[in-house]
Design a protein around this ligand. Sequence first.
Ligand code: ATP
Ligand code: MG
Length: 449
Amino acid sequence: MIRKLLRKVFRKAPGAPTAQAASILVEQHGIRREMVSSAARKVCAGLQEAGFKAYVVGGAVRDLIAHIDPKDFDVATNATPEEVRRIFRRSRIIGRRFRIVHVMFGPETIEVSTFRALHDDDTETDEHGRVLQDNVWGSIEEDATRRDFTVNALYYDPTTETVLDFHHGVADLKQKTMRVIGEPDARYREDPVRMLRAVRLAAKLELILDPAARRPIRELGPLLANVPAARLFDEMLKLLASGYAVVSLKRLRDEGLHQGLLPLLDVILEQPQGARFVWLALENTDSRVRAGKPISPGFLFATLLWNEVLKAWKARREAGEHTQPALFAAMDEVLASQAEKLAITRRIAADITEIWALQPRFEKRAGKAPFRLIEQPRFRAGYDFLRLRAESGEIDMELPDWWDNFAHADTGERETLLVADKKTKGTRKRRPRRRKPRGDQAPVPAEEA
Ligand code: ATP
Ligand code: MG
C-alpha cells in the first residue's frame, strides 16, 4: 500500500521528469482565437465556466503555429469523462483502452480527453512493454510529459490566447526539429506506433528528426509487428490521407520502417512495375486532400493494390481461367494477402472490389453496356481509376477519353459515339470471313456474336 503510494508520488515517465510550463504569448506563437474552430472554443468555454481547466491541445496547436490547416481540434481538461459528459448535452463517452468524450456541435465533433497520469509499474502492458490500458487521471504536467513529441505537448487557451509549453515545443517547431519527450528508446517500446508517427509528422511539418529520435528506429522497427492490425490500419489511413503521403512513404522507406512490417508498404515501395501508377495515385490523393476535396479509402487502397491484382489476374488467365472469374479470384487473393496485417474493414473491402470489378466493363463500348455502366453509382470512381491507369501508361489514353466524351454527350450523341466505336472495333477485330454456309442460314454478324 505504502509502496504503491510512494510510487504514485514519485512516478516518472521513462527518463523524463515532468516540467514547468513556459507561457508563450500570442506575439510569439501567432494563434488568434478565431483560428480555432467555434466548436472547440465553445467546449473550452463550457468547461472553464464549470470551473475546469480546458485547452486546445496537440496537433491543432502545432499545425496552427506551423501555418498548416489543422485537421481537427482536440481539447484536454482536468474534468473526468463523466463530468464532461454532464456539461454537454450532445456528447458521449467512447473508447475502452483510452476513454474520451466526443462532444458534438453542429457538424463538428470535438474529442475531449482528461489529463492522463504518467505510467508506473502498475500500468498494464504486454510482454514487450506496450501499454494496454490508459485511464488513470493526472495533472497537466503529467499529461504533457506523456505525449509523444515536444511539438505535440502544447496547450492553447482560447480565452487568454496563451500557449503553455512544457517541453520547448515552440522553439523546436521554429527550429524545425522533431524531438521525442523523454527517452526515445523507452517511448518507442511503450508504443511502437510512435515511430510511424515520428516519420509521418516530420514529413508533414518538414521537420528534421532529432538524431536521438531517429537512431533507435532501425532496431525497434520490428516491434510494429506486435501492434494490433486495426491500429496499424488506422495509422496507415492517417498517413495516406494526410495530404503528405508521398513524402511520408519516401521517408518511411529511408528509415527502413516499411520492410516486412506492413505487406502493403512492401507492395507499394518495392514493386518495380506499377510503381508509376502508385506514386501517381498518391500524388493525386495528396493534391485532393490539400485542396480540401474528399478522398475515399476504398479508392486509395484499390490503387495501391491494383498491380498485385493485375499480376494475379494474368497468372490465372494464363492458367486457362475465364477472364471474369479469374479477375474475381485474383481480387480475393490480393485482399486476403493483406488481411493478415491490415484490418481492411468490410466496407472498405467492398468499395475496393467494386472499383476493380468495373475496370473490364470499360472495355465494352457497344450495345447497351455503356449506358448501364454510366448509371452505376460507382461510375465516377471507376472512371477516375481508369484514367489513372492510362496516365501511368498501363492502357491507352483513348479509352478514358472516349468515356469522357460519352459521359458528357446527350442521349442522341451517345448513340453516334457507340456506332463510331463499333465501326472502329469492327475493322480492327473483324473475324476471318466465313464462307457462305450452304443452305439458307445467314451468318451472324460479328458484332452481335
Ligand atoms: P494529426 O495531424 O495526424 O492529427 P496529431 O499529432 O494531432 O496528428 P492525433 O492522433 O490526433 O495526432 O493525436 C493528438 C495528440 O495526442 C498528439 O498531438 C499527441 O500529443 C497525442 N498523441 C497521439 N498519439 C500518441 C501516442 N502514440 N503517444 C503519445 N501521445 C500521443
Ligand atoms: Mg489530431
